[in-house]
Design a protein around this ligand. Structure first.
Ligand code: SF4
Length: 426
């Protein structure tokens, strides 16, 4: 059973009389387990819906959906499938106390992998889940592989029950499912020969593996540092050399690089990023792969729409990771807008200075960094640092922060989204 949270006015759901709190029990006699059942089973033009209204009344609707009319039903959030692993490098262990509760959830949910691109390990799949993945064609899935050697993988996940990932991927691939995969690189465990084997095994699975990203392990002050450490510059370089070897082969054999180092890996290695064309469709940019080149591509594409901001001073807030790479990006935006962009690199006071991504910057640290900046006309804040409710990771509200600083602010993912609008603060 799934429950209705909201119904859009004028939608088919509203016309049927569905209201918040209505239990959607079954479609064509098949019990509804979650949003996947709801979406896939109601995709047909005709179906029978069994529901229970908040009053307790049970209704069966024989629905013939008029063309183009959406159901308009928003479901209550699903119960997230929890993770059964205990990785030493788990980001949840790296959280300080006192954050918003959702930040302590260890999700490992193939449904969210399909829907939102969250990486899942597939270690908690039941036979029924595998059937659903195939039946509903949940593809592509985003999978944390880490190592193809089952022993190394079990050690990394701290899960002696973790199934053989290569067999899992192969079985699903044979039934038409494709994957974007990642390897979180832990020095001395899955780098070196283990990384060579992992990439070779994934490559050997053929076209079902759409991409592999190799991401250096990221730790905070609160991580289990007595058990795991970050990669050295030399280890990052060695990993990049391994990635490059397979990417070069993939380029020759398949026409695209297939295997990518995360931007962070290049940064720590002190190696220049590949050009934008290397990343193809930037399919793992949310995972920090090609993010800088993507940003530059977006700015170049929006160049004609960027306003003339001559004489303006614009603060650009980012984390230390992008701090080193941002000047080359800002040069391009400045050239297009004639504004003066001032980089504000903010240290993460919540997770510690080792956490350098802009997406985890706490509002309080941003506020402190901007408080003493004088003469800015407005500031651009990293859009990925704020959730759908406008809250930073520490619960600070973005609008409240702007009010306190008396500084116009814009959340931005790629400059173009914030600058290309007409209403740039005067
Ligand atoms: S798979 Fe590992 S890193 Fe991911 S949530 Fe589970 S324990 Fe944490």
């Amino acid at each position: 059973m799934v429950r209705v949270q909201a119904v859009a006015p004028g939608s088919l759901g509203a016309m049927l009389g569905l209201v918040p709190g209505t239990q959607l029990v079954a479609v064509n006699g098949r019990a509804l387990e979650d949003f996947l059942d709801w979406e896939f089973l109601t995709a047909d033009d005709r179906f029978v819906l069994s529901a229970r209204l908040p009053s307790g009344e049970e209704i069966e609707y024989d629905i013939e959906r008029p063309e183009g009319l959406p159901m308009g039903v928003t479901l209550e959030p699903p119960r997230i499938r929890r993770c059964g692993n205990h990785c030493d490098f788990c980001f949840v262990d790296g959280n300080p106390d006192g954050l918003r509760p959702p930040l302590y959830i260890r999700d490992d949910d193939y449904r969210l992998s399909f829907r939102y691109g969250n990486f899942a390990t597939l270690t908690n799949l039941k036979a029924r889940d595998l059937e659903r993945i195939v039946e509903y064609r949940l593809s592509p899935l985003y999978v944390s592989v880490h190592a193809s050697d089952p022993i190394i993988r079990r050690w990394l996940l701290r899960n002696p029950e973790a199934p053989d990932i290569v067999s899992q991927l192969r079985t699903l691939a044979e039934q038409g499912i494709a994957f974007h995969t990642q390897v979180v690189l832990v020095p001395g465990v899955n780098d070196g020969p283990a990384l060579v084997r992992t990439l070779a095994d994934l490559y050997g699975l053929g076209k079902a593996i759409l991409s592999v990203s190799v991401v250096p392990v990221a730790l905070t002050e609160f991580s289990k540092r007595h058990l795991v450490r970050e990669l050295t510059r030399q280890e990052c370089r060695a990993a990049l050399a391994t990635v490059d070897r397979l990417a070069t082969r993939a380029l020759a054999e398949r026409g695209f690089a297939w295997c990518f180092g995360a931007d962070d890996l290049y940064l720590h290695a002190g190696v220049a990023l590949p050009p934008a064309a290397w990343y193809g469709e930037f399919e793992q940019r949310e995972n920090g792969v090609g993010s800088v080149r993507y940003l530059q591509t977006r700015i170049a594409a929006a160049r004609d729409r960027l306003p003339d901001l001559e004489g303006k001073r614009v603060g650009v807030v980012t984390g230390a990771a992008m701090g080193a790479l941002m000047p080359q990006v800002l040069e391009e935006v400045a050239g297009a807008t004639r504004a003066r962009f001032e980089l504000v690199v903010v240290e993460n006071t919540l997770f510690g200075p080792s956490v350098t991504t802009a997406g985890l910057l706490p509002g309080a640290a941003i506020e402190a960094a901007l408080r003493d900046r004088r003469g800015l006309d407005f500031a651009l804040l990293p859009g990925e640092a704020v959730n759908d409710d406008g809250l930073f990771v520490d619960g600070v509200e973005a609008h409240a922060l702007a009010d306190r600083l008396r500084l116009p602010m814009r959340l931005s993912h790629d400059f173009a989204d914030a600058l290309a609008e007409e209403a740039v603060p005067a």
